[in-house]
Design a protein around this ligand. Structure first.
Ligand code: F6R
Length: 236
């Protein structure tokens, strides 16, 4: 595990964007695993900047997002496909056919989970997975539970996650109760993992995840077992 402790959010984003850029430059047809939420916004901004300066070409890459809310369509401003469009996809030359987000409106969610998992396998797995961490230690939407779930699956979101994510919705009652998420096995099979976290409110859970016991009650604690984990942690 390599930990970079930096002093501010801008520095965290710069370092993370550099690592993702290096991955794309070394392998222009690589597969990236992407996260949503507040933490990666500045990282996507820097990647889009690099594209505008002709330093990065996204045309050959494939991406898989970690998760999507059940019931929200690609056009829903609260959905993660929309978020990815706004934060990155609309700003770079990514091939949309190779930019994957689970379909939250699929008629058969279990089938959609299997389809998504099979797509990741068919792409040869993920070369670099970007992760944030939830206040309760979740990665993707793998919530604290009695066992680690291996593959892409449907989850009931924790009350804590619903409250934390209510800030993105006009009405907290609109936060979906279920989501599709890559499983812990799917995430752990990524060749490299980049975990980013910032701010005082994430400090305690990050400590638990990186130095505490490995337990499904702190899903991110499994990352201690990953052979190529980089953590970029910033105080603000
Ligand atoms: C989002 C995701 C979540 C977030 C986590 C932190 O795709 O997978 O695990 O990374 O909830 O969210 P923020 O960055 O908003 O604190």
């Amino acid at each position: 595990m390599t930990i970079h402790h930096v002093s501010n959010y801008a520095e965290m984003c710069r370092k993370a964007a550099n690592m993702i850029s290096a991955q794309i430059l070394l392998n222009p047809t690589c597969t990236l695993g992407l996260a949503t939420g507040s933490t990666p916004i500045g990282i996507y901004e820097r990647l889009a900047d690099a594209y505008n300066k002709s330093d990065l070409d996204f045309s050959g890459i494939t991406t898989f997002n970690l998760d999507e809310y059940c019931g929200l369509s690609e056009n829903d401003p609260q959905g993660y496909y929309y978020y990815m469009n706004e934060q990155l996809f609309n700003k770079v030359n990514i091939d949309r056919a190779k930019a994957h987000v689970p379909n939250g409106t699929a008629g058969d969610i279990a089938l959609e989970c299997r389809r998504y998992e099979a797509l990741i396998t068919a792409a040869g797995g993920i070369d670099l997975q970007l992760l944030g961490i939830g206040n309760n230690g979740h990665i993707g939407f793998n919530e604290p539970s009695s066992a680690f779930e291996k593959d892409t699956h449907c989850v009931e979101l924790d009350e804590e996650t619903i409250i934390a994510n209510a800030r993105f919705f006009d009405n907290p009652d609109d936060v979906p109760r279920r989501a599709i998420t890559m499983g812990i096995g799917t995430i752990m099979q990524a060749k490299k993992i980049l975990l980013v976290a910032n701010g005082e409110k994430k400090k305690e859970i990050l400590q638990k995840a990186l130095y505490g016991p490995i337990t499904p009650m702190v899903p991110a604690s499994i990352l201690q077992l990953h052979p190529d984990l980089t953590v970029i942690w910033s105080d603000t």
